[in-house]
Write a protein that binds this ligand. Structure first.
Ligand code: NAP
Length: 582
């Protein structure tokens, strides 16, 4: 061994693994801004297991995940690993890379020392019972994203990966270009090719959200490669040319429409009609771009909360909305009538398995997949690149950072089988939308977990409730119920039938009844026609915090309070607000 440690950019002789390596580390005591959280340190080069490979990293791809890892939210990735028995008190991130194989474990057969590779980020335990019996590793409880959920990612001179993560590097790409695409392209590949009969095929039409983004730019090219047509959605006309050069038939500027967000209540005639007008206009724009009255049979989704209602609506009967993220929020609303009557599929998708990663990589090797690298940074700039991302000041497309490569534009040799146009993003392009949430985070399961500590002052519903029930009958008119509300200065009236509470007419129900009707039409309706059926109740002895969860979970503002199963009063959000503000 000639040296214990090599300088960054000084490549050790092939196959020689120094004891120590330079790396960008995140530690728990400096979680926060990426420019502070990432610090250069020298650590021991990791050892490898029989199924693992040590790769000398030439360049690394940059993804949001390591912005979150640097901040320590929503998960402290170091503590999570320590809990699982891993001793390291630091995190080396990086979930995309290109490099050269320096050492292989004895069970690795797909690569040898000296191979130039790119790496996908899906890891799993090969001894997992599910995987052993041939199950898709993406469903294995042991599945983890390398360089986010696992340590020793690509932000170091050497990275530790499982053998199957290594794929041939496209010879025509530079080190930094080849480090940029695998994570997003493989995710897009599974979304478009992983769902049996719903997968994209020649002649299909796909709608691609965020066509100029990391995932969207890959999706357009994958759709094109199969002989299908795509329509890309972007937030400005300056990005049309970029998406069309990648292969989109046409583009839509989402800022020309304003029907985004959660669905209006289905009882809200006026709101729903307005939403319908907006979404129909959007659908008509798709027809215009396509030049025919055809609905997309695949919708490539990731914005989530604000776009899912539209995606479900415009999707062809029997088609699929496939979603891998909720960038704008997780509570997607679906008008179920469209889902069941038109038998559409809402399919969740997460990263990709090794087979799918390699299928995707064939496209890159052949030259049909441009990595869409928008910016590359030097080793020293790694924290700055993450900070730009954290501040949402980074360009669209995929970004990389040099690790072992001594300069930009190195590593390319040869020409691809297919030559495509290399599109460039509009000058000065930066993100204008909020950060996505992490692509991967531990979700609660049925398994018992650590009890959460909840602070509760012990207030009971009986301490705040209003005693007495103000009620109407199902046959009372809305006009009569409105008068009760006004006279008694209350926000809801309980509908009682034969001594039992069968529903509630709230102010919201009243307002919804008036939507799309004249005042006279609304007034003459019956309480039973507009009430919210069933009566959400809580016992007077219930904790106030539980009653609040009940109300927020059902999007209600009040509950009928019972004692020995008999309605005795009402508790409302107004009562809770009064208590909070003292
Ligand atoms: P990106 O490069 O930031 O692109 C996302 C695009 O979404 C943006 O360019 C933006 O384009 C569009 N967008 C933002 N807000 C929108 C809104 N309100 N309505 C419609 N479109 C909106 O991010 P990315 O790399 O493509 O990743 C997208 C999401 O997928 C992120 O949340 C990421 O974490 C997640 N992800 C998940 C996986 C997985 O395996 N589950 C893998 C990779 C990424 P315009 O402004 O031009 O419309």
């Amino acid at each position: 061994m000639s040296k214990q440690l090599y300088e960054v950019g000084e490549q050790p002789p092939l196959g020689e693994v120094p004891e120590k390596m330079h790396a960008w580390l995140v530690r728990a005591d400096r979680f926060g801004k990426p420019t502070e959280a990432f610090q250069k340190e020298v650590v021991a080069t990791p050892s490898i297991a029989d199924d693992e490979v040590l790769v000398y990293v030439m360049a690394a791809g940059i993804n949001y995940n390591n912005v979150w890892a640097a901040m320590g939210i929503p998960v402290n990735v170091i503590a999570a690993r320590n809990k699982n028995g891993e001793p390291e008190d630091f995190h080396i991130g990086g979930s995309d890379a290109s490099g050269i194989v320096y050492k292989i474990g004895k069970d690795v057969t797909n690569v040898k020392v000296g191979d130039e590779v790119v790496m996908h980020c899906g890891t799993f335990d090969r001894n997992c019972a599910w995987v052993k019996k041939g199950g898709d590793p993406m469903y294995s409880p042991s599945f983890k994203i390398w360089g986010y959920e696992t340590n020793y990612g690509s932000f170091a001179q050497f990275t530790r990966v499982q053998g199957h993560q290594c794929m041939p590097k496209p010879k025509h790409m530079s080190w930094e270009e080849s480090a940029a695409y695998a994570l997003v392209a493989a995710t897009a590949w599974r979304m478009l090719h992983g769902w049996e009969s719903s997968s994209v095929k020649k002649g299909d039409v796909a709608l691609i959200w965020g066509g100029a983004g990391g995932l969207g730019s890959m999706a357009i090219q994958i759709v094109k490669a199969v002989g299908a047509t795509s329509v890309a959605i972007v937030s400005g006309e300056d990005k049309f040319d970029y998406c069309m050069k990648l292969g989109a038939k046409g583009c839509i500027n989402r800022n020309d429409f304003d029907h985004w967000g959660m669905l209006p209540h289905w009882k809200d005639n006026a709101g729903y009609a307005k939403w319908l007008k907006g979404v129909r206009g959007f659908g008509a724009k798709i027809w215009e771009v396509l030049g025919e009255k055809r609905a997309p049979n695949i919708i490539f989704e990731h914005p989530g909360e604000t776009t899912i209602p539209t995606s479900i609506f415009v999707c062809e009967t029997g088609g699929m909305v496939v979603v891998c993220a909720g960038t704008t929020g997780y509570n997607a609303t679906v008008d179920l009538r469209y889902l069941w009557m038109r038998q559409k599929r809402l399919q969740g998708s997460h990263f990709a398995n090794t087979v799918q990663c390699n299928e995707m990589n064939q496209l890159a090797l052949s030259g049909q997949l441009d990595p869409c690298m928008s910016r590359a940074f030097t080793y020293e700039e790694l924290p700055v690149a993450h900070q730009l991302m954290a501040d949402n000041k980074h360009p669209h497309g995929n970004m990389s950072v040099l690790i072992g490569a001594p300069g930009f534009g190195l590593g390319a040799s040869g020409k691809p089988a297919v030559t495509t146009v290399h599109p460039t993003l509009p000058k000065g392009d930066v993100h204008t939308t909020p950060h996505p949430y992490p692509m991967s985070e531990p979700l609660p399961s049925i398994e018992p977990a650590e009890a959460l500590t909840i602070a509760d002052d012990g207030t009971k519903v009986r301490d705040l409730m209003h005693r007495g029930i103000i009620s109407c009958t199902p046959d009372d008119t809305v006009g009569a119920v409105a008068k009760i509300m006004v006279d008694k200065e209350i926000h809801a009236v309980v509908v009682m039938e034969q001594g039992k509470a069968t529903g509630v007419v709230s102010q919201t129900d009243m307002v919804l009844a008036r939507q799309g009707r004249t005042p006279d039409q609304a007034r003459s309706m019956k309480a039973s026609e507009i009430m919210t059926p069933g009566c959400a109740t809580c016992d007077a002895e219930m904790l106030l915090s539980d009653a609040v969860s009940l109300m927020t979970g059902r999007r209600m503002h009040r509950l009928v309070v019972t004692e020995k199963d008999q309605p005795v009063g009402v508790i409302s959000m107004t009562d809770v607000v009064r208590k909070i503000i003292g």
